[in-house]
Design a binder for this molecule. Structure first.
Ligand code: CS2
Length: 472
């Protein structure tokens, strides 16, 4: 019989778990987990908050999986054996709290997506009306990521243990500060002394994470099996590029990240701004406009010369002028590298996948640049068009009138905002205080520009609007 993945494992016998990771999606398995594996000496207990699918696929493989690099010169698989265990919170919340509260745990890292922090995207503050937060205030066995952090930290305090470092790896602006804020606020509602202890002794380093990781498809699994000679039910597919910038602020031990290319810095903000606005901002713009124009993936969108020119224009005329780049970084060169990464045809990153959860993503990706640019008197027609495209997309109908499966925590509310009159649609959207900052909600000129863009999208379609509007 063919040797399976389980038979190919090599594990560092000295490596203890040390890290509990909440949100065991493809991104973390293709990014943070590989850095931790390469740094050596540490293992990871993965936690899925909701679905048992990843656990069920990984368990028969002894928690090992293949990470496949999709490069210009072919596919390079490597087997990752850094996971020690996988827990499913919805099945056993206490087991997750126990792992987090264990004296062996020093770091709790998170990729729970933007919406997983139960915060208000426009302000970064805890959303106390969130049903999971209401639940977690009343129950010792939590549902939300902030709830798990607070209850596990409470257990550590009660046991006389130090807190763990909370390492947020989601694409939020100043992600460490946001998580510190929601954890502190939730803890204060439960026990003010606990909040004081966490804020005085805990650590919430900010990070910038980057690697493009499209969802693996059944065809990817079959291709890997043919090439590697074993079946992996849970591989991850990723581009060659990776970057991880971490604020060097831990309250306990950590892997030797600096030995494997992680940039340990004093201030992550300029890196994170550059990445969120230049990469994620254009990703979302291409996702809404590209989807409406009938493009399935980012690479397909970039192969359309009208879109390739559009995204160049976004960088050059709208995003870079509003940016303070990190010391020594050349944003023009960063943009060139992004264009090449997007065009990689081996990466089948669906516009639909990126379009998900726009209400949680737009503020940090696009609206910040728009608000700052408008305040400085700079025109941002391309990003304004992207905002209008998000409104059109969330109406749930594409340009041919076919239904779009819109995934967003606000999906129902967003769909109900659509009117035949674009001015009324835009007015409804701009009342969403959790999405739009006050500066844009109160800016009549912005409302007029978005209305204009939306009317154009409805009349002419996304591709024609782009062609007519923006010049590289
Ligand atoms: C993407 C990101 O799905 C999305 O919203 O923009 O997942 C993006 O691929 C990563 O942030 C790249 O680092």
């Amino acid at each position: 019989m063919e040797a399976g993945l389980r038979d190919r494992l090599y594990r560092d016998p000295t490596a203890k778990a040390g890290i509990v990771h909440l949100g065991l999606g493809a991104f973390f398995r293709a990014h943070g987990a590989i850095y931790v594996a390469q740094a050596g000496g540490w293992g990871i207990t993965g936690v899925s908050l909701q679905s048992p699918g990843t656990r069920d696929r990984l368990q028969p493989q002894g928690w090992a999986y293949t990470a496949v690099e999709l490069g210009p010169d072919g596919e390079k698989p490597q087997v990752v054996t850094v996971l020690r265990d996988v827990l499913v919170a919805s099945e056993d919340r206490q087991a997750v709290l126990d792992a987090m509260a264990s004296p062996a745990t020093h770091i709790v890292s998170l990729t729970v997506t933007e919406k997983g922090y139960c915060h208000e995207p426009s302000t970064g503050r805890l959303n106390r009306d969130h049903p999971d937060i209401a639940h977690d205030l009343a129950n010792p066995l939590p549902r939300s990521a902030p709830g798990f952090l607070v209850r596990a930290l409470a257990a550590r305090r009660a046991a006389g243990l130090p807190p763990f470092t909370v390492l947020c790896c989601d694409n939020l602006p100043e992600n460490g500060r946001v998580v510190r804020g929601v954890v502190g606020e939730l803890a204060r509602l439960i026990d003010p002394a606990l909040a004081d202890w966490i804020l005085a002794n805990g650590a919430f380093p900010a990070t910038m994470v980057d690697r493009i990781v499209p969802a693996a498809t059944p065809a990817d699994l079959d291709r890997l099996e043919a090439a590697a000679g074993y079946r992996d039910e849970a591989p991850v597919m990723h581009e060659p590029f990776r970057q991880w910038v971490i604020e060097n602020d831990f309250c306990g031990p950590r892997p030797a990240f600096e030995t494997v290319g992680v940039q340990m810095v004093a201030d992550v903000t300029p890196y994170e701004h550059m990445k969120l606005r230049m990469l994620n901002g254009t990703h979302s713009s291409l996702a809404y406009l590209g989807y409406l124009a009938g493009h399935e993936t980012i690479a397909d969108t970039m192969a359309d010369p009208v879109f390739a020119r559009f995204v160049r224009g976004l960088w050059r005329h709208e995003i870079i002028p509003a940016l303070t780049p990190p010391p020594g970084e050349d944003p023009g060169a960063y943009a060139d590298a992004l264009a090449a990464r997007y065009a990689n045809p081996a990466i089948r990153h669906r516009t639909w996948q990126i379009a998900m959860d726009g209400s949680q993503k737009l503020p940090q990706r696009i609206l910040g640049t728009i608000a700052e640019s408008r305040a400085a008197g700079r025109a941002v027609p391309g990003l304004t068009l992207a905002v209008a495209a998000w409104m059109r997309y969330t109406s749930g109908r594409d340009e041919q009138g076919a239904a779009i499966e819109v995934r967003d925590p606000l999906a129902l509310r967003l769909a109900a905002l659509w009117r035949d009159d674009p001015a009324q649609t835009v007015a409804g959207f701009l009342r969403l205080a959790e999405v739009f900052p006050p500066a844009l909600r109160e800016d009549a000129g912005f409302a007029a520009d978005v209305t204009d863009a939306l009317a154009g999208l409805v009349r002419d379609g996304a591709r024609a609007c782009i062609q007519g509007r923006v010049d590289a």
